[in-house]
Design a protein. Structure first.
Length: 370
């Protein structure tokens, strides 16, 4: 591993990376950050990131500094840093404008969102990776869906920026680094009693089209509990508390004991999430940011896909299982399904149970007769 502590030369190139704004996107940029450090081992590399994502980058060994910001960066402070180059991962107008306002003379990124004039170096995006819209008629309804002709993973899209600088574009698995002394104690939420803990993450910030029905998550947990003496850790953000409580209630109604169910939805920081996911033996999840966090920490993942594409944004881990049903309108990349939600409705509980048990290495016994 190359060490950023080697960047001691006062004349070294000073590079600012403008981080992605969302958890999943941030994790998918991690291979590009590592490749940038390999390209510039003596450079001073700082990460400008939204404050809510600081814990993802705090101990990344390929960075010299993490600069968090709230509503907007401190431009006076950024100018004082005298950065030479800005590597801009987001495609937004705002991220390019921020780097220009910070007085960074060389600004590198993709040309999207009317920001070409804000960049000094425009990285070419293959035409096949640009979204186009197509009209589809399914179940008697006509609607527009987003189509990508390329199935190259989003992480490789970020690596293209590093390749533009003559860096290595070979893909790598992302990795989140945690410092043991800074991790919150597990007993803030649970105590280890020897039973494996399985995480459930039934929310999805993007919209309901990415959410497998909550009752099916609960049914899966109930059936898996017949095979494995596990505890269930229910994750979710502040907007997911209703769904999390529905799952918790369904598990209790099925007879699972109070000590078997831990609902932490809406109560965790990002650092808490990282710690708890590392403790889990597996995460059962929709296509969400925590899915990417779990994969980058090394926790096995079973992920359920409907409106989005695992080829483009799936978990980058050999310890992951993707579950989806091929339907004529998926992936559509819509926030809400305009028809009958067939991409998710056709994913059956028994299929997911089988995948979870396989990841756990537990034999799939026949269910008892009711």
């Amino acid at each position: 591993m190359l060490s950023p502590e080697s960047a001691t030369d006062n004349n070294a190139t000073r590079i600012l990376i403008r981080a992605a704004n969302w958890i999943g996107d941030a994790v998918m940029t991690m291979p590009a950050v590592q490749r940038l450090r390999e390209l510039a081992p003596r450079a001073y590399i700082a990460m400008l990131c939204p404050g809510k994502l600081t814990d993802l980058w705090r101990h990344n060994p390929f960075l010299n500094e993490v600069i968090p910001f709230g509503d907007q960066p401190d431009f006076h402070d950024l100018r004082q840093h005298q950065f030479d180059v800005a590597v801009i991962f987001p495609n937004s107008f705002r991220s390019a404008w921020e780097c220009r306002r910070a007085g960074i003379p060389r600004r590198i990124g993709f040309a999207g969102h009317w920001r070409r004039f804000l960049l000094t170096d425009v990285v070419r995006q293959p035409r096949s990776e640009r979204a186009v819209y197509r009209t589809k008629t399914v179940a008697g309804k006509t609607f527009q869906v987003k189509v990508f002709h390329s199935t190259r993973h989003q992480s490789e899209h970020y690596l293209d920026i590093i390749a533009y600088l003559d860096g290595n574009r070979e893909p790598l698995p992302p990795r989140i680094y945690l410092a043991v002394e800074e991790m919150p104690p597990l007993n803030k939420f649970l105590r280890d009693d020897g039973r494996p803990v399985i995480g459930i993450n039934a929310g999805a910030e993007f919209g309901p089209a990415k959410r497998w029905p909550a009752e099916r998550f609960a049914e899966t947990a109930i059936k898996v509990s017949y095979h494995a003496n596990a505890r269930w850790l229910i994750f979710g953000g502040p907007r997911d508390t209703v769904v999390a409580c529905q799952i918790e209630a369904q598990l209790r109604d099925a007879g699972l004991s109070e000590s078997t169910i831990i609902n932490v939805a809406g109560m965790t920081t990002l650092l808490d999430l990282c710690t708890l996911l590392r403790f889990c033996k597996l995460l059962l999840t929709n296509d969400t940011g925590p899915m990417h966090v779990a994969a980058a920490i090394g926790t096995p993942v079973v992920s359920i896909w409907g409106s989005t594409s695992p080829e483009l944004t799936g978990p980058l881990s050999p310890r992951s299982t993707v579950i989806r049903q091929p339907v004529e309108c998926s992936p559509c990349f819509l926030r809400e399904c305009p028809i009958d939600f067939r991409c998710m409705e056709r994913i059956q509980v028994d299929e997911v149970v089988k995948a979870v048990l396989k990841q756990l290495g537990v034999e799939d016994r026949d269910q008892p007769q009711s």
